[in-house]
Every structure is written in structure tokens, then in C-alpha cells.
Write a protein of this length. Sequence first.
Length: 564
Amino acid sequence: FALASLSFKYSIENVTRRKIRAILIMINLTTIMFAMVALTSAYPSQMTVEGYVGGSAIYEGVMISYGFENAPANVIDYDLSKAILPLLHGLDYKISYRIWLYPQSYRGSSVFILATYNGRTHKFKSILGLSPDEIELRSGIKDMMIGRWFEHYDEYVCIISSGVAEKLGINIYDKLSLGGLNLTVIGILDSSAIEYLRDLDGSYIVPVDPDDVVSLKVGIVSEEVRKPVSLDETIIVPDRLALKLGGYVSSVAIKVDYEHALNIARNLSLILEGPAIYLSDGSRVVTVSVISGLEIYGWNYLLIPLIIGSFTVVNSIMGNIRERKSEIDVYSAIGLPPSGIVVMFMTEALIYGVIAAVIGYIAGVAINRVLVGYGLLPPSFMINVSSSFMIIAFVIIMLSTILSALFPSLSASKMVTPSLRRKWRATKPVGIRWEVPLPFTASSIAEARGMLRYLAEFLGYHKIETPDPFFVDELKVDLDNLRIDAKMTLKPLESGVKQSFVLSARRFGGRYTFAVSITRLSGSKEIWRTVNYKVIDAVRKQFLLWRSLPEEEALKYIRGEKHV
């Protein structure tokens, strides 16, 4: 955090110091942002997608269904289903509404309605309303029944299963009483014909068994099972009679050629919210659903300018780095690591991006209003200043700036440490000796002695317990020879690891360099080696703290005012 704060401070100074370069970079980015805001437009859009399902392709057409899970709380409104008819205008089609009706529970124990004929009774768990066109969707069912199917003029008629007919002793055109309503039996369907009543989604068109559905069953069930009512427990009536009795539309089937079915399915998916829409070409079944997104106009004209602008930023920052090589060397000399250089240049790029994005946004909105007002842009290009596309445009300009600055920033970081090693590491020991050169220098002998006084004070504090993994048993400071000698015991104390520690400075060219020399006296070699990395790191960090001392405080050590 401290490194980021320092880099941010110097980044702002560098931007304000090089005004012409900063203005040129920001003009480039501002132009891109301006074009994105003023000359592009984004609108929420919806599109349909198809997904394969393993259903039953029993007819060519479309099926709309909420499925068992939502019955009967959320259903397709019958009036809403009438909106389907305009889509079918002029087409050769068959349409069937499936109406489900559940009787009220009897004495809170079961759901059924009583049918009587000649003193005999039978309980139906549900009523199924079907359209006259249903027979056109599943022609094979004609061979499974006697009598006839519904006609458009039928109302108080019904179709029952062979099992019910045998139990009641009823024949075609006899009348039975269903909850007090007299219905004429016009057809008898084989009880095993339920397999012919599957739909495109693979489920049955007959109602689910109310005794196995939590939302319909009276009482407590341990596990909910989705299974249909058998044909012996449901009575089939015309769809309009089932609606009149209080039923609801559970699904709608449309038989039409595939080309028109595809168009109908796509339109219905945009009109209806909630139901599943299935589409079949007679051989396979797919679902049709809607996904939402943003449709952007004019973006294709901005891709090339965006790429050119990004390369311009790269070129500008690379030139900036070459001009500031000596400045980067200074940062390296005062201890700024490669990561600090990366943060510095990336921060500068962010400053360019933020300022350019704000200016470009304001200018783009203003110019867009002018162009639309004078008819130079269509009204659909009038932008919404608070739309999500404005955020997208801002993110794009920021990303292009950051990515453009990434390569130059990494190139600049390599100028800090010319070797392949990106950070300082201690050398490895040889036998019982360990020589470690430290990456710190002093400009004069007085400064070298001051730094040794500072480090001796640090080591002196370790004659008592500290968080660092060592104790100093003996400490000797020889400033004339620029060295500190110490005897140390490493933690854990029970390991018995003892060593001699020498911190020395020597003249090299016009400066003084520092090195640590360690000799193992006793104890485990592995513990000695492992713990000493922390010892050396503690000394290194103390040298770094020396650079952060206020000038007056550092002078006290250099002048010898601080006694060790």
C-alpha cells in the first residue's frame, strides 16, 4: 500500500511535469471515448435460442406448456392463448387446448368427483378437457377407441375408459351423471391407451395424480412423485366444457408445417413469459427460449480506431520511458523495486484514461445531441446518459489504456535490475561459512560508520527476547576497521545452534559496500541454514529503514552522537 501511494504521488507529478506529452496522449484517448459515446448506440435486445431435448416427436408443430411443477398455481391464461391465433392466420393448422380440472377434496381425505349410472358409481380424480383437433395430432389413438371423437359443436358429452365402461355397464350414447351433470358417452377409450397421450416434452397430457402432488394432495407426503392419473381415474370432456366448469389451460399444441412452426415458436417465446416452448419437425424435439443482451450499432466502425489508438499509447509511453531512463536509474538507486516502476507507469496510464474518459464522455453526449438534433444521426442514436453502455464504453477505454501501458511498464521494470533476478536473494552457504554481500552502499566513510552504528544499535536490542529468530550473546563494534562482531544463538534455543556474525564495510571504487560473514560454531546444519535466511532478511530490512530515517536523525549516527 505504501509503495502504491508513493508511486501514485510521483505519477501525478510526472503527468503534470510533461504537459505536452500528456495532452497528446489524452487527446488520442478522448477522441476514442468521444466516438464511442457520440457515434455508437446500444439497445437491450432479445434473441431466441434452440436446445435439443429428448421428447416425443409425435407431430410437426409447436407445444406450449408450464409443466407439472407449476400446476395449478401458474397457468397459461385462456385469453392470452387467444393471442396465438393471429400468428396462425392464413396457415393450414390444427390447434388443441388441454384443460385440467381437479374436483374439490371429499371430507378432506381425497380428491374425486362421483359419476353414477344405473345405481353404479365410480370416482374420477380429474377431468381432462381436449379440443376436437387433438385427434389430428395423434391419429393412432383412433384404433384404441370405439365411438367417435369430439366435434366443434359438442359440449355435454364425454369419453371414458374401457375399464370405467365395464365397471358401470355403460355403452355408447348412454348418459351418465357426473357430479349432477348429465353427459352423453360418445366414445370409449382403451384403458392402456395412455401411452398414446404423450406430448413433445415426453410428458402425458392427462393431469398429474393429485394424491402424489404436494400442492394438491390433502395431508402429508414423504416424497413427491410426478405421475399421471390413469385413464380409469379421469374423464375426458370437450375443452370448452372443462373451462366452463373451472378448469385451466395446462398446455397448447399446434400442428403446422415446420417452417411456420419455427417462426411461431420464436414469436411466442417473445410474447409469453414463463412457459416452456417445444418445437418439432416430426423427427426431433427442441426447446425455444429467449436470452437478453445488448445490440450495439456503429461498433464495427470503431474497432480499427481503437486498435490504432492503443498502439499510439504504447508508442507514446515507450518514448516516455526512453526519455526518463536516467530518472528510472535514480528510482533504482534509492531502492524502488521493479514492481514499483510497473505501478508508477500503470498509474500514469490510469490517470490518462480517467481524464480522457470523462472529457470524451461529456463531449460525446453534447455532440450526439447536436448531430441528432440536426438530423445527421437517426433518432435511434440518441444516447441515454445513464445507460449501462456508458459504463461499457468507460471500461473499454480504461482496459485499452491499461493493456497498452502493460508492455512499456514491464520494459521499464527491467531497467531497474539488469539481471534476470527480479529481486535480491541471499547467497548459499559453503560448508560452515556463509558470505552474503548486501545491496547497500555508503558514499563516504562517515556515512558507513553511521550505518554501522545504526545496525549495532539494532543488534544490541537482541540481547533480550525479540520477535526475530536470534539472540545476541556478545557484541563488539570496531568502527576503525568498519566491522561489527557478534556471537549469536538461533531459535529454537533447544537446537543448540550458535554462530559468529560479522557485518563489515569496505571501500569499493568511490563507495563503501557492506557484507555479512557467518560461521557456524555448533548445532544442526539444516536449522542453521533455514533460520539464517530470516536473520539476513532482518538485517537487510534494517538497512532499508536507514534510508527512510529523517535527515536529522541519520546525521546523529553519522556524527557519532548516537553511542553504541
